[in-house]
Design a protein. Structure first.
Length: 202
């Protein structure tokens, strides 16, 4: 009796093994689809592009991390770029976005504190622009500026329009003077920052 029942048990074991393998493949596929890159890299830019492709093909809302967005700025210029800002980085917290990067010192407007040390600054220094992403129009969003720092020095708000103009802002109907227009990828209608992620919708 035992020898005749053994093949049946072997079949059950094989079925269990196959089921576990299938479950492992399914779980790994889901992990790959939802993994978030942790370093700015070409691979992170490609992962972000795959998400945007899914938005276009499936009509699903997608989320991009600061690392993915920074990678797009670094590795997918000029489609993703801000004029005059090199080595761009993006950080997001709550509904706030901070764009930072290197800007030529001579691009900055005259400002008493900056003028005192301008001659001591290198040709390029770090700028940090912090604000909220607001709806602007279909295919575009606007970064409404709350704070600007250059070389660690806070810039008064009255200089914001001049600073933005010097890094490529162009006047557009309905665009606040203290806001920077953000072109969205083809197929993306709106964008917002929520929970430290950039949410893109078709």
């Amino acid at each position: 009796m035992k020898s005749r029942s053994r093949p049946g048990w072997i079949g059950v074991v094989l079925l269990v093994v196959l089921a576990l393998l299938a479950l492992g493949w399914w779980l790994s596929d889901r992990v790959d689809r939802h993994r978030v890159p942790v370093e700015v890299s070409l691979e992170a830019a490609e992962e972000a592009e795959r998400k945007i492709d899914r938005l276009r093909s499936n009509g699903e809302e997608v989320q991009l991390s600061g690392v993915e967005l920074s990678s797009l700025f670094r590795y997918r210029a000029p489609v993703w770029a801000v004029s005059g800002v090199e080595e761009a980085d993006v950080e997001m917290s709550g509904d706030t976005l901070t764009l930072s990067g290197m800007v030529a010192t001579d691009r900055l407007p005259s400002h008493p504190e900056l003028d005192r040390i301008r001659g001591l600054l290198p040709e390029s220094s770090r700028i940090e622009i912090t604000g909220q992403v607001r709806p602007f129009r279909t295919g575009s969003a606007a970064l409404r500026i709350d704070e600007v720092q250059f070389a660690g020095i806070p810039i008064p708000s009255r200089y914001y329009p001049d600073v933005l103009e010097r890094i490529g802002r162009r006047p557009e109907p309905g665009l606040d003077p203290e806001a920077l227009a953000l072109r969205l990828p083809e197929g993306v209608s709106t964008a917002r920052v929520e929970g430290g992620r950039l949410i893109l919708t078709p």
